[in-house]
Design a protein around this ligand. Structure first.
Ligand SMILES: Cc1cc2nc3c(=O)[nH]c(=O)nc-3n(C[C@H](O)[C@H](O)[C@H](O)COP(=O)(O)OP(=O)(O)OC[C@H]3O[C@@H](n4cnc5c(N)ncnc54)[C@H](O)[C@@H]3O)c2cc1C
Length: 369
């Protein structure tokens, strides 16, 4: 007899893999259906910053989710390492958000104040104090706001660790298998139609990143995701140039293990073409040299591009269909899917368990622009 899964997840990026991890840990029989391999798209390309305070300039429900998710990482890193042997490279040395002009400095102070009002730690330090901690930074940096609780991970390792953990707990992973539709009978999900045949299941979670639009239309004709391409550069240095990531207006230099520095990223909406343009590499490196001139002495490693899944509502779809039983969505996490993956996975497991309602989806949609 054909296997019937409790839950089949469309997409083996960090979101689908996290949902699988949390469900499988609770004893659900899960399948991940991935058209390529686990961690092939955005979740492979990401810099892995857990930049709650570095990313949000004003309060919204995602800032709140980001805080909850960031707080999950210390325990998650050890749970995943113990279970799978994979080190997700979690580091909590904070993130410096820098200013190179008076105007930027004023803006950062304003952001710092509202974040402090939410109870978040952050403080302003002068350029001189910053260079005492990070001596290779340019003297053109006049100050920075330090967010001690922000951190970073190695995104593809996190994704693989989630998937591997789910597999250890009994999840079946179908790689090289594309879902082309959902099988619905009456008003109930009964399976997934895939290139390898029908996979029977009681529930489906759409976690297809930038390729989710066709399936999201079951929710609403206006729901959808689209790609925002980001190009990234990596270099290596034997000399340790930075302790903690540096962030400035959607631009970052992140030190990774093995003397690696990940620098990025461009923002180009509505293209699925992942070719890296020389012009982008030049502009990324020029900007990086203005922040950390010693990077000129580093060795070239590589450049790549990935597709951030942005939703048509500028907020992720995290919730369930109100009429089609068994249909769920968890996608559209745009620039912050690595950060938001633990809380999204846990929330979806709670929703499927009946321990949560659809309030989060309503609140996210009400904030959409
Ligand atoms: C350059 C760059 C830097 C980033 N930096 C950060 C960062 O520092 N911090 C952070 O938090 N976030 C960052 N992000 C964002 C983050 O990478 C994404 O939000 C996150 O990876 C989204 O995960 P996902 O699982 O939804 O999508 P993806 O990783 O794209 O996974 C979706 C998967 O679904 C599969 N799929 C789609 N449709 C189907 C189908 N029909 N059948 C089968 N499989 C299907 C795809 O093949 C893909 O593997 C960055 C992104 C980019 C591109």
């Amino acid at each position: 007899m054909k296997k019937i899964y409790d839950v089949a997840i469309v997409g083996g990026g960090v979101i689908g893999s996290s949902v699988a991890h949390f469900l499988a840990e609770r004893g659900y029989k899960v399948a991940i259906i991935e058209k390529q391999k686990i961690a092939s798209e955005a979740s492979k390309a990401a810099a892995g910053l857990l930049g709650v305070q570095a990313e949000w300039d004003e309060y919204d429900p995602l800032f709140e989710l980001g805080r909850q998710s960031r707080a999950m990482f210390p325990k998650l890193a050890s749970v995943l390492r113990d279970k799978t042997g994979i080190d997700i490279g979690y580091e909590e040395k904070g993130i410096y958000r820098i200013a190179q002009s008076e105007e930027e400095s004023v803006r950062l102070l304003h952001i710092m104040k509202w974040q402090q009002q939410t109870g978040e730690e952050s403080h302003f330090i002068s350029g001189k104090e910053l260079r005492e901690k990070e001596p290779y930074l340019s003297s053109s940096i006049i100050g920075a706001v330090y967010h001690p609780k922000d951190g970073h991970v190695i995104a593809p390792e996190l994704t693989k660790a989630f998937a591997h953990s789910a597999a250890i707990s009994g999840t079946d992973i179908y790689e090289g298998t594309e879902v082309f539709d959902i099988q619905i009978k009456g008003n109930h999900v009964t399976g997934l139609l895939t290139t390898e045949g029908t996979i029977l299941c009681e529930k489906v979670v759409i976690a297809g990143g930038s390729w989710s639009t066709k399936l999201l239309e079951y929710f609403h004709s206006e729901w959808g995701t689209y790609p925002v391409k980001g190009e990234v550069v990596a270099v290596r240095s034997r000399k340790p140039l930075l302790q903690a990531p540096i962030f400035q207006e959607r631009f970052y230099i992140a030190p990774k293990r093995g003397g690696r520095y990940v620098i990025g990223a461009t923002m180009k909406p509505h293209t699925y073409n992942k070719a890296v343009r020389p012009e982008s590499i030049t502009s990324i490196l020029e900007r990086a040299y203005r922040i950390l001139p010693a990077l000129k002495e580093a060795e070239w490693e590589s450049a790549w591009a990935g597709l951030r899944p942005q939703s048509n509502h500028s907020m992720p779809y995290i919730g369930m269909h109100e009429e089609i039983t068994g249909l769920y969505a968890c996608t559209g996490h745009y620039r912050n899917g690595i950060l938001l993956s633990p809380v999204s996975g846990q929330y979806m497991a709670d929703l499927i368990d009946g321990k949560q309602d659809n309030r989060l989806l309503d609140s996210l949609l009400s904030q959409s622009i």
